[in-house]
Design a protein around this ligand. Structure first.
Ligand SMILES: [Zn+2]
Length: 284
């Protein structure tokens, strides 16, 4: 079974995502200035890692190299957060552009373990792409976070580790992304099944539930000793009819829920230890 710290919790914030438009949600942080402000507020509230998707000048998802690089630098200068770049981009980004994300030298990158229907779209992660991205992360010394949308993807992680060995840093951290229309449901039984299937190499896991599955997944993860991802990428309301105004509100709620479970938020440095970032952060 994976080991988890009994009294500390890693809270990751995913403040933007690639799905919601600025027009639909003006408070979504889409500019670099808004992202940095959200990151600082979330760090103050208890987040230790940030999962980043960037937007262009028109607030559309982009994988522009300069913007990615500038975003990583700005977050490093203005926060201590572990900086994780999404390699998912949006569902429309070509695979070769998604590999280029590692050129921006983030601490961590997301690595989705298989293709998933995403509403009416397809989030494409063919096996050869998964393998290429994984090997590139090892070469570039970027710590992957394995995103698991489905039980089959948990099994694919076992195959990946068997074939290519451990990630850079030696830790294996996963994130269950649940309740995506096309993936596993955001329920306690689905999380229990997923955790039971994790390969023994896994050292930590977090979970997030999309939309209305946010609270069930958060409570199930807490009860199982898991870590949490929260943020406006995954949910836009605090309760029915109550919109999220700031990402920090979701971090604050996660901290309160964790406190009930007698767990306190990790600092970014503690998160770095958990994730196996080691000394590499200060050298980048
Ligand atoms: Zn994402």
């Amino acid at each position: 079974m994976p080991t988890t710290s009994p009294d500390k919790i890693l809270i990751t914030v995913a403040p933007t995502g690639a799905e919601t438009t600025k027009a639909d949600c003006p408070q979504l942080p889409t500019t670099l200035e808004e992202l940095v402000q959200a990151a600082q507020e979330c760090e103050a509230a208890g987040a230790a890692m940030i999962h980043v998707h960037i937007r262009d000048a028109d607030h559309q998802p982009t994988l522009d190299q300069t913007r990615l690089h500038d975003t990583v630098q700005a977050l490093r200068e203005s926060t201590d957060l572990v900086v994780q770049l999404s390699t998912g981009g949006s569902v429309h980004d070509p695979l070769e552009h998604r590999l280029k994300v590692l050129d921006a030298q983030p601490d961590s990158c997301s690595l989705t373990m298989g293709t998933t229907n995403f509403g009416d779209d397809v989030f494409s992660n063919p096996w050869p792409f998964v393998c290429e991205l994984y090997q590139l992360s090892q070469e570039r010394q970027v710590v992957p976070e394995f995103e698991l949308f489905d039980l089959g993807q948990v099994h694919a992680l076992r195959r990946l580790l068997d074939t290519y060995g451990l990630p850079y840093g030696g830790s294996v951290h996963c994130d269950f992304v649940m309740g995506v229309p096309g993936g596993m449901p955001g329920t306690a039984p689905a999380l229990v099944a997923g955790v039971a299937m994790l390969p023994p190499e896994v050292t930590s896991w977090s979970a997030t539930g999309i939309g209305r599955s946010t609270l069930p997944v958060m409570l199930a993860a807490l009860s199982m000793g898991g870590h949490l991802r929260v943020g406006m990428e995954d949910v836009l309301t605090l309760a029915k009819g109550v919109p999220v105004e700031r990402n920090a509100q979701l971090v604050e709620r996660a901290v309160r829920a964790a406190d009930v479970a007698r767990r306190s938020p990790m600092t970014p440095a503690e998160a770095g230890g958990l994730l196996g970032l080691g000394l590499s952060r200060s050298e980048k």
